[in-house]
Design a protein around this ligand. Structure first.
Ligand SMILES: Cc1cc2nc3c(=O)[nH]c(=O)nc-3n(C[C@H](O)[C@H](O)[C@H](O)COP(=O)(O)O)c2cc1C
Length: 223
């Protein structure tokens, strides 16, 4: 691992930040597959095998009704012919943003391999049985927390919130099949997927799949 510059050794913040190492990794050779899903799963496998922690974590970007972007980390739950799946509560800010503007971008960065993937496209809510399956696959505590609602609202009373979680846990112990009607599995039906691989000589490789009807057009992009 490269030496990390100590902040105390720099006269100002900018100097220290500018000295932090970037793109230090080297990636396995890039062999694009016929579809972006296949290529993504190949890269995800390589990231997992390289020991990347939470290699399925991604940034989900959405826009709010005023057009202001918003973004947060979440976990990719599945990759199918339909697209990239993630899940959450439809009452949350992201849920309301997706309801108003059903389009999103997912961004993944595997720094240990110097690789980035960008997925963009319309977002569709999955059928009820897919949402319910996703909810049931969560731990009982995660299900209890997800049932409380109010995600991202100001927390004014911690004790009240803890009581609500306990109440939801008790309800789930009595009926383990309980499913929150607000839990949603969404799918980014990708229109474009870009694979970016760092090169130490800055000849970064950029390879984009663009949907053209029922096939994928592939293009190399300027670094
Ligand atoms: C690594 C990681 C994984 C996360 N996974 C999820 C997830 O799968 N679903 C989810 O709703 N929030 C997840 N979160 C929490 C979100 O980042 C976010 O705080 C929450 O969804 C509220 O976002 P919103 O206010 O934009 O709706 C995760 C956070 C991190 C750091």
């Amino acid at each position: 691992m490269s030496e990390i510059a100590r902040r105390s050794e720099f006269p100002d913040t900018r100097g220290w930040i500018r000295a932090l190492p970037t793109l230090t990794a080297s990636a396995p050779p890039f062999a694009p597959a016929a579809t972006p899903q296949e290529t993504f799963l190949r890269w995800l496998t390589e990231a997992a095998e390289a020991g990347v922690a939470e290699p399925h974590a991604a940034t989900l970007s959405t826009v709010d009704p005023s057009g202001t972007p918003d973004a947060r980390m979440l976990l990719i739950k599945d990759v199918t012919d339909d697209g990239w799946w993630f899940s959450g509560d439809d009452r949350s800010p992201k849920g309301r943003q997706l309801d108003a503007t059903p389009a999103a971008a997912l961004t993944v960065y595997w720094r240990e391999l110097g690789r980035q993937v960008r997925v963009r496209g319309p977002v569709l809510a999955g059928p009820a049985e897919v949402c319910a399956r996703d909810f049931r696959e969560r731990s009982v505590f995660a299900r209890a927390v997800a049932s409380t609602g109010h995600q991202s609202e100001v927390l004014t009373d911690s004790a009240e919130y803890d009581d609500l979680v306990r109440e939801r846990l008790t309800a789930l112990e009595h009926d383990p099949d309980l499913v929150s009607p607000h839990w949603t599995a969404w799918c980014v039906a990708a229109e474009a997927v870009e694979f970016w691989q760092a090169d130490p000589g800055r000849r970064h490789l950029r390879y984009r799949y663009r949907r053209a009807g029922d096939r994928w057009v592939t293009e190399e992009l300027h670094p």
